[in-house]
Design a protein around this ligand. Structure first.
Ligand SMILES: NC(=O)c1ccc[n+]([C@@H]2O[C@H](COP(=O)([O-])OP(=O)(O)OC[C@H]3O[C@@H](n4cnc5c(N)ncnc54)[C@H](OP(=O)(O)O)[C@@H]3O)[C@@H](O)[C@H]2O)c1
Length: 262
């Protein structure tokens, strides 16, 4: 067992025998996590808006299930939760992974639709879905809530200012929820990716991005421990934001990023 990074203890997850719902499971990190859990003998349900991406996952992973879900739409969440709980009463792991990024300039006008979509998807969406599943999860012998936030929640990327702020907000929510659930059978873990080569931003082979396979291997290993956070070495400097000395650090970091080509 690894010593928890921060705060109180979380029991690690058994990586087999769970029923796992993964939002954004049709692509990138979510799809790779879905494959990893499927390989290890879990029942996996992938969720997202694109039926085609979900169908491709199901076709290539016998026994995997899929559900169409838009986390920005309360009715869609309600519908999907009812179906998943009915069809998979043993559901005990929720991985809130769905997210979007738009890019913006906080020194000028920010597009209303983009900022609303980012806040709805990255911040309100996971809260909405988790909240709708909470009563079900609390009835399970053991349940795990997992949130995919971002290094940018700790070291904001000025080119993605709203995105960064949504992830900081989600991290704050995770801390409160972990406290609220500390005497229950539900654990709360946070995955804090560095830049990972999924195409979420930039090329899938950018030299600064962590390869997806290595990221998933590290994440799965961390989920099995009592670590409250999974932070790859590549993202640890950003996670370890220097507190009140952050201003100079963030200026240096963003100046460096602006000099890169994406
Ligand atoms: N890759 C990175 O460098 C990086 C770094 C830090 C954090 N992250 C975080 O990692 C997570 C996964 O990102 P990724 O890199 O794997 O990118 P991705 O391939 O674009 O995955 C994002 C997933 O979210 C789903 N999604 C988006 N809006 C949704 C909605 N309204 N309802 C339900 N699902 C929705 C998408 O599926 P549909 O389009 O089918 O809905 C997609 O499968 C995100 O939360 C992202 O912020 C990524």
């Amino acid at each position: 067992m690894r010593t928890p990074l921060w705060g109180s203890k979380s029991d690690g997850m058994d990586l087999t025998g769970n029923t796992v719902l993964i939002t954004g499971g049709g692509s990138g990190i979510g799809a790779s996590l879905a494959s990893a859990f499927h390989r290890l003998g879990n029942t996996v349900i992938v969720a997202g808006r694109r039926a085609g991406a979900l169908a491709a996952m199901v076709a290539s992973h016998p026994g995997m299930a899929a559900i169409e879900l838009d986390v920005t739409d309360p009715e869609s969440v309600k519908r999907a939760v009812a179906v998943v709980v009915r069809d998979h009463p043993s559901l005990n792991v929720l991985i809130n992974n769905a997210g979007i990024v738009s890019g913006d300039d906080p020194g000028s006008l920010i597009d209303e639709a983009s900022m609303t979509a980012e806040v709805e998807t990255n911040f309100l969406g996971p809260i909405r879905l988790t909240s709708a599943l909470m009563a079900h999860l609390r009835r399970q012998p053991r349940a795990h809530l997992v949130y995919v936030t971002s290094f940018a929640g700790f070291t904001p990327v000025a080119l993605y200012s709203v995105f960064s702020a949504t992830k900081a907000a989600l991290h704050s929510y995770v801390l409160s929820q972990r406290f609220a659930l500390k005497d229950t059978r539900v654990t709360v873990q946070e995955i804090i990716p560095p830049w990972v080569a999924t195409g979420f931003v930039g090329a899938t082979d950018h030299a600064l991005a962590m390869p997806l396979e290595a990221f998933i291997a590290q994440t799965m290993a961390d989920l099995a421990t009592d670590a409250l956070e999974s932070v790859a070495t590549e993202g640890s400097a950003c996670r370890n934001n220097p507190g009140r000395r952050e201003h100079a650090y963030i200026e240096k970091f963003n100046t460096f990023l602006l000099a890169q080509s994406f």
